[in-house]
Design a protein around this ligand. Structure first.
Ligand code: GLU
Length: 489
C-alpha cells in the first residue's frame, strides 16, 4: 500500500510551496488508493508554535487536503528517537560532540576567511580520553553521525543523484538539548510510519543524502524519493514574499476559492496532458501521475490564478457563491438588512466581473449604500470622448419619466430611457452614462437597466435627486477647472 506524508514545520504559516507538495502527495495517495499522513515536524521547540499548527491545519482543510492519519507530533516522539540514536551510538556510527555554537562559528569563520569550504572539522571525534571526561562533566553533548560513505539514490523524477562523502559533513542527529534533528527524526518516522514515497521539494536533496546514510546505518530500505522542482517567481528566482503572498491563508483572505487555488497549484509542475487548464478535484485525482510531473521549476503567475478564480466563480451557483461571499460582507451591516434574496440578485449581476470574492464590495457596494465615491476622473474621460455629458435638465427629465413608470423592470426602464433619447434627438449613451454615474459613482459595471431593476424605482429616483442636489454642486466647487468646464452648463 502506498503511504505518503506531508511533514510541515510549524515555525511559520503554510507556504505555497509546501501546499503544492501536500497537494501532490494527496493526489498521489488518492490516485493509488493509498494513505496520506500528516506529521508536524516540531523538533525546533523554540521556533514552533501551537498557533502555527492551527494555521497549517486550517490551510490544509481549506484546500480540501484531508489526511488519513495523524497529525503526529515529533515533539511527542522524543523517546523513540532517543532509543534509535542509542542504537547508532552503540554501533559506533555516531559520536558525541561537545562543541558550542560559538566555537563552531569561530572555526567556521576562520576557514571561510581563507576561502575554503567549511564542514564540521571532527574536533570531537579525536578528543583524548581526558578531554572527553572533562567535557562530559562540564558540557552538554550533541550526537554526530560519522560520515564514511558517499551517498547515492535513485530519484523517480531526476534519476540517480550522488554526493561524495567529502561533500557531506558529520551531521548532528541529536542536539545538545536532547531533541532529534530534522534529518534524524524524519528518517526514523518515515521508516516507522511505513512511508513508501517521499515527495518533497528539490531544496531537500542535500538532506536526502544525509538521510540515505542513516537508512544504511540502520539497515533499513529507504522509501522512493521524488524531489519536486521549486516554484519560481516571474524572475525565475525561488518564489518569495518579494514576488507575491506565500501564505496559503492569505490567498483565502484575498478571496480566492480553494478549488481555483488547488487547480492552479496542481498545474505548477504537473500536467494532465493536452492544454486543459480547468480540472476538477476528482479529475485531478483520477489523472495524477508522477510521470507527468516536470523537472523544471514552474513560474507562479498571479494573473493566471486570478483568471482561474474568475472562471471558478462563474461556474459556481449563485447560492453557493453567497455562502462563500458571506465572510467578506458580514462586517457590512446593510447587507443583513437587505437580506439574502437581494444579495443573490446582486451576485447574479456581478458574477461575471468578479475575479476575487473580496472585490464584491468594491464592485457593488452601491447596491447597498449610496456610492462611496464618484469616479469623476473616469467620467471626465467619457465626456472628453463625447460619449457622455451631464445636463441637469436631462436628468430632471429622466426623473420625471421614471416617476411615471408603473413597472420598473429592466425592459421598461430601457424602453423609457431610449424613448427620452429619441425625443431629445440625442444618442442614448448621452443619457445612459450619466445615469450610471449618478446611480453608482462608477463609469463601468453591469448592465445599467438590470442594476436599476435591482435598486428599484424609489432608490433610483432618490439617487438622481441626491446627485443633482449634492454631487453636482460639490464637484462644481471642488474639482479642477477642466472639470468645471465640463460640468457647467
Ligand atoms: N519539515 C520539513 C519541511 O517543512 C519536511 C521536509 C520533508 O518533507 O521531509 O520542509
Amino acid at each position: 500500500m502506498i503511504r505518503v506524508r506531508i511533514a510541515p514545520s510549524p515555525t511559520g504559516f503554510l507556504h505555497v510551496g509546501t501546499a503544492r507538495t501536500a497537494l501532490y502527495n494527496f493526489l498521489f495517495a488518492r490516485n493509488k488508493k493509498g494513505k496520506f499522513v500528516l506529521r508536524i515536524e516540531d523538533t525546533d521547540i523554540e521556533r514552533s508554535s501551537d498557533e502555527m499548527v492551527d494555521v497549517i491545519v486550517e490551510s490544509l482543510k481549506w484546500m480540501g487536503l484531508y489526511w488519513d492519519e495523524g497529525p503526529y507530533f515529533q515533539s511527542e516522539r522524543r523517546e523513540i528517537y532517543r532509543e534509535h540514536a542509542d542504537k547508532l551510538l552503540q554501533a559506533g556510527l555516531v559520536y558525541p560532540c561537545y562543541c558550542t555554537k560559538e566555537e563552531i562559528e569561530e572555526r567556521r569563520r576562520r576557514v571561510i576567511e581563507k576561502k575554503r569550504a567549511w564542514k564540521y572539522d571532527r574536533r570531537c571525534l579525536f578528543l583524548t580520553q581526558k578531554e572527553k571526561e572533562q567535557f562530559e562533566r562540564e558540557r552538554a553533548k550533541a550526537l554526530r553521525f560519522k560520515v564514511e560513505k558517499s551517498s547515492s539514490f535513485e530519484d523517480l523524477l531526476h534519476g540517480r543523484i550522488e554526493r561524495s562523502k567529502e561533500d557531506i559533513e558529520d551531521f548532528v542527529i541529536v542536539k545538545s538539548d536532547g531533541m532529534a534533528t530534522y534529518n534524524f527524526a524524519c528518517v526514523a518516522d518515515d521508516h516507522l510510519m511505513k512511508i513508501t514515497h517521499v515527495i518533497r521539494g528539490e531544496d531537500h536533496i542535500s538532506n536526502t543524502h544525509k538521510q540515505i546514510l542513516l537508512y544504511e546505518a540502520f539497515g533499513w530500505t529507504p522509501p522512493e524519493f521524488v524531489h519536486l522542482p521549486l516554484i519560481l517567481g516571474p524572475d525565475r528566482a525561488k518564489l518569495s514574499k518579494r514576488h507575491s503572498a506565500v501564505s496559503v491563508l492569505e490567498y483565502r483572505d484575498r478571496g480566492f476559492l480553494p478549488e481555483a487555488f488547488v487547480n492552479f497549484l496542481a498545474l505548477l509542475g504537473w500536467s494532465p496532458g493536452g492544454d486543459r487548464e480547468i480540472i476538477s478535484f476528482d479529475e485531478m485525482i483520477e489523472l495524477f501521475s508522477l510521470e507527468r510531473v516536470g523537472k523544471r521549476g514552474a513560474v507562479f503567475d498571479i494573473k493566471k490564478l486570478e483568471w482561474m478564480n474568475g472562471e471558478y466563480i462563474k461556474a459556481t451557483s449563485d447560492r453557493e457563491l453567497l455562502q462563500r461571499l458571506l465572510p467578506f460582507i458580514e462586517n457590512k451591516p446593510v447587507t443583513k438588512e437587505k437580506g439574502q434574496e437581494y444579495i443573490l440578485r446582486v451576485i447574479g449581476l456581478l458574477k461575471e466581473r468578479l475575479f476575487l470574492l473580496s472585490q464584491f464590495w468594491e464592485l457593488g457596494s452601491y447596491f447597498f449604500i449610496l456610492p462611496e465615491q464618484y469616479d469623476i476622473d473616469g467620467f471626465a474621460k467619457y465626456v472628453r470622448k463625447g460619449k457622455a455629458e451631464i445636463k441637469e435638465e436631462r436628468i430632471g427629465e429622466v426623473m420625471k419619466s421614471f416617476k411615471n413608470l408603473k413597472k420598473f423592470d429592466s425592459e421598461t426602464v430601457e424602453g423609457c430611457v431610449r424613448n427620452i433619447a429619441e425625443c431629445m434627438s440625442i444618442k442614448p449613451a448621452l443619457i445612459i452614462h450619466p445615469i450610471r454615474f449618478a446611480l453608482t459613482g462608477k463609469t463601468v459595471g453591469p448592465g445599467l437597466f438590470e442594476l436599476m431593476e435591482i435598486l428599484g424605482k424609489d432608490e433610483c429616483i432618490r439617487r438622481l435627486e441626491y446627485f443633482v442636489e449634492n454631487i453636482i454642486p460639490q464637484y462644481r466647487t471642488q474639482i479642477n477647472a477642466n472639470m468645471l468646464k465640463l460640468l457647467s452648463y
